[in-house]
Design a protein around this ligand. Structure first.
Ligand code: NIG
Length: 387
């Protein structure tokens, strides 16, 4: 076992129970885990020494909402939207057609490219979903590819009802043979509970089938308008309700009173010209929030968690600490990984050594210098990511 001591840490934000920032700190990593952290002057000896140049270190980002297995892009749709056309879930069908037509290698390469792009920008834990196959073979292939590149995978066969199949028949397929086919590759089930996708009772049916198969629950809720998705997520104890743009006071109270994390997707809100999710109101009510990229070719084609953090600070009323917490530990809670031996989203002794180095003296610069790619190195389980 080789231990490495990292010194020259101007500010170490552990995001552990003590949320404070340590100054002039050091970190020892051994066997992929954090062995020691504290003041630089008290750091123990180690086999190797790395000077990080008086810069800031914080946990790697935990991105809990992405759709990375797809082919093609929808730049033309985006351009039309920026010229005034409304976002509609119907665009999903364009990506479904391209994904079904793509080879396995093409899909694998596309997903791996985005995973590597995210890692270069500090993401050390990533969830991704199926949902651009929407037939048994392509959903199974998507789930298998997703499992090869992501830390945890969600089955989103219930994204929309694809063209050419009866609604009831499709629900039977999703909750029966399709679920069985993807089951070896996935840990979660999700449903797009929205007008134009699945209503509350259909969503309940999908989620309960997933639960019976041993999967955790997630819900796309209140993205395009108000509805019953958030209430359903809380009622069923889903780990996360994602999007949350159109929340009633009752929804906010329910999230605050339940165990479901509200996962907010600010890059998607901007890219679809939807109202930004009410992050401040959720926090003030006592809810746990997460921030995620929702990287996908239709509504949010970015892997940048730093962009989401900066937006949450500059436009959604969060402090820098609140936004960083939402993109790390809050997000870890949204995938059931906040505590325990496999915990992510914080830097703690005994925990997995997932961290990033900013070319800045403090994490405040993430919002103070928006749009500047500040992450210059990322370590995942103690190993430095390429790039
Ligand atoms: O999370 N809301 C549904 N699914 C994706 C959008 C997918 C698309 O437009 O291709 C989302 O925004």
């Amino acid at each position: 076992m080789t231990a490495t001591v990292y010194t020259g840490i101007a500010e170490l934000s552990t995001l552990d129970d003590e949320l404070g920032r340590l100054h002039d700190a050091a970190l020892v990593v051994e066997d992929g885990r954090v062995a020691w952290l504290g003041a630089r002057g008290s750091a123990p000896d180690a086999d190797a020494r790395v000077d990080l140049g008086d810069r800031a270190v914080l946990p790697g980002w935990v991105d809990t909402h992405s759709h990375l297995v797809f082919a093609g892009d929808r730049a033309a749709e985006f351009e039309a939207r920026m010229a005034g056309r409304a976002y509609e879930a119907g665009g999903i069908g364009v990506t479904v057609a391209a994904t079904r037509a793509a080879s396995e290698l093409e899909l694998e390469r596309g997903a791996a490219r985005l995973r590597a792009e995210a890692a270069r920008q500090g993401t050390t834990f990533l969830e991704t979903k199926t949902g651009y196959g929407l037939d048994l073979a392509t959903e199974e292939r998507s789930a298998r590819i997703a499992a090869g590149i992501a830390d945890t995978v969600t089955f989103l066969g219930a994204h929309v009802v694809p063209a050419g199949i009866d609604r009831r028949d499709y629900l039977d397929l999703v909750t029966g043979p399709m679920l069985a086919a993807v089951r070896p590759h996935v840990q979660w089930i999700d449903v797009f509970c929205e007008r134009g996708a699945f209503d509350v009772e259909e969503s309940r049916e999908v989620l309960l089938a997933g639960r019976a198969a041993g999967l955790g629950l997630r819900v796309h809720a209140a993205q395009l308008g108000p509805g019953g998705g958030v209430a359903l997520a809380v009622e069923l104890g889903a780990a996360s309700a994602d999007h949350c743009n159109f929340l009633s006071d009752t929804d906010i109270d329910a999230l605050a009173g339940g165990s479901t994390v509200a996962t907010l997707l600010p890059a998607c809100d901007l890219s679809t010209r939807m109202p930004l999710a009410p992050a401040r109101a959720l926090l003030d009510a006592g809810a746990t929030i997460a921030l995620a990229t929702n990287c996908n070719p239709g509504s949010s084609y970015t892997t940048s968690m730093a962009f989401c953090v900066a937006t949450a600070v500059l436009q959604q009323g969060l402090s820098v600490d609140e936004a960083v917490l939402a993109a790390t530990r809050g997000a870890a809670r949204a995938v059931g990984r906040e505590t325990g031996p496999d915990a992510v989203g914080s830097i703690r002794v005994g925990g997995r050594a997932d961290f990033q180095l900013l070319d800045a003296p403090s994490l405040v610069h993430l919002a103070y210098r928006p749009g500047v790619p500040l992450t210059v190195a990322t370590w995942r389980a103690g190993a430095r990511e390429p790039g």
